[in-house]
Ligand binder design. Structure first.
Ligand SMILES: Cc1ncc(COP(=O)(O)O)c(C=O)c1O
Length: 423
């Protein structure tokens, strides 16, 4: 089927063929068990899938497990569809559109992934090979380099997220785009609120980023990693995904936009492993894109997790209530955010440079004159405080999402720095 899918892309979304990896061009959903059992959907008797049911399609369960089912027994116990539960995919799209206040079309229905990591991995398998150039901010979520470099040797390019004045480094971003302008293809990752710095662009900066996307003539996958969507503490900061705006400004003749998001952080449902991947695409190209994604999902994880999809779907059906709960969590986080801001503003050490943060789960302090990993280890050994070292910028990341003891963290940081300075 891959040649039929590729022919469909050639006709309806030719940019894809220029961007796909060798694997991306080759992969398609095989005519295996999921496809054949889907075709048997309306059959009176189904002797298709290797799962236990009665003739009405009800699951045969072990009662001691069924007693803990989060919802509908069928959704909880039977294999979930490869693309995810249809009602959940629709509800997620409604939720995302609602958050962004948009009604736009021209996209695939979000497909369920095994967390956001799997969504990023799908973009790797579809697009990345030795000819791909990957543009990342520095610092960045460390897993991008691991993921994208796992099976091939793409070329990585980095732009420093902040300039010397501590503003979003648009000039650095421009330079990186310029350096890759002649690349045969590239992936540009935009992740806001940003891990690890906790920065989101101001509205002006967001507009400037969109102008770069609109002005790009290089075949590019613009990837929006929206893991922390909605966790924004300041006014005047981009409050929701930039995917929607990018969708309307990108030149679809050579490029595409992709959104990776999920329940992990947005719904504080870390263990669920429910993420979503969505592409900008013309209607007629969607079957080919879905065939490729399903072929990869079938090859990666077999099929997605059922019970946590069921739980998330129930939540999305009570969206008003969930929005209130999310707002309450945000307020709880805001208290920590404001306290951490105060504490960091009071640090009296020129060697500890606090990077701007206004959103997300983290704050980063650049360390001058001392190795950040040595500082991290000393914080554990001498003060029993755990943080994350960022070797590429010699920084320390504080995850204020996971502790309220921020006074302890910051005073330990200052003291540990003083210890190492004199040592
Ligand atoms: C920016 C970013 N993207 C993706 C992920 C992965 O999310 P998940 O746990 O759903 O795979 C994380 C997790 O920390 C993240 O910070």
């Amino acid at each position: 089927m891959s040649s039929a899918d590729n022919a469909r892309l050639q006709t309806h979304a030719p940019a894809w063929l220029g961007l796909l990896s060798e694997l991306g061009r080759r992969v398609a959903l095989p005519m295996g068990i999921p496809s054949q059992s889907k075709e048997a959907g309306k059959a009176h008797t189904k002797a298709t899938i290797g799962q236990l049911t009665d003739d009405d399609g009800n699951p045969i369960t072990l009662p001691s497990i069924a007693a803990h089912a989060p919802g509908d027994l069928g959704d909880t116990f039977k294999y979930a569809p490869l693309a995810g539960i249809q009602a959940l995919r629709e509800a997620w799209l409604d939720h995302q559109r609602d958050v962004a206040g948009v009604e736009v079309g021209g996209i695939t229905l979000p497909m369920v992934t095994h967390g956001l990591t799997h969504g990023v991995a799908l973009t790797r398998d579809l697009f990345v090979d030795d000819a791909t150039h990957i543009v990342l901010p520095r610092p960045n979520w460390e897993n991008y380099e691991h993921l994208y470099g796992l099976y091939s040797n793409p070329t990585f390019h980095f732009w420093d997220l902040f300039d010397d004045e501590g503003r979003l480094n648009l000039a650095g971003f421009d330079a990186c785009l310029q350096d890759t302008a002649d690349a045969p293809k590239r992936i540009v990752v935009l992740n806001f609120p940003h891990n690890p710095t906790g920065y989101s662009p101001t509205l002006d900066e967001a507009e400037a980023l969109m102008a770069r996307i609109a002005g790009s003539a290089t075949p590019t996958v613009w990837l929006f990693d929206d893991a922390y969507q909605g966790v924004v503490f300041e006014d005047g900061v981009q409050p929701f995904s930039l995917f929607w705006e990018a969708l309307s400004v990108v030149d679809h003749a050579h490029s595409l936009v992709c959104k990776v998001d999920g329940a992990t952080k947005e719904f504080a449902f870390f263990a669920a492993r429910v993420g979503f991947i969505t592409f900008g695409a013309p209607e007629a190209a969607i079957p080919a894109i879905e065939s490729k994604l399903l072929g990869l999902i079938r090859g990666h994880i077999g099929s997605p997790n059922g019970p946590s999809q069921t739980m998330l779907l129930q939540a999305l059906r009570n969206l008003d209530e969930v929005r209130e709960e999310q707002a309450a969590v945000l307020e709880q986080m805001r208290v920590r955010y404001e306290r951490l801001k105060e504490l960091l503003a009071d640090i009296d050490s020129p060697e500890l440079q606090v990077l701007p943060f206004n959103s997300g789960y983290f704050a980063v302090i650049r360390v001058h004159g001392v190795d950040a990993d040595t500082l991290r280890k000393h914080l554990i050994d001498a003060y029993s405080v755990g943080t994350i070292a960022l070797p590429d910028i010699n920084g320390i990341r504080i995850a204020f999402c996971s502790t309220e003891r921020l006074d302890e963290v910051v005073s330990a940081l200052s003291a540990a720095m003083a210890d190492l300075r004199v040592a």
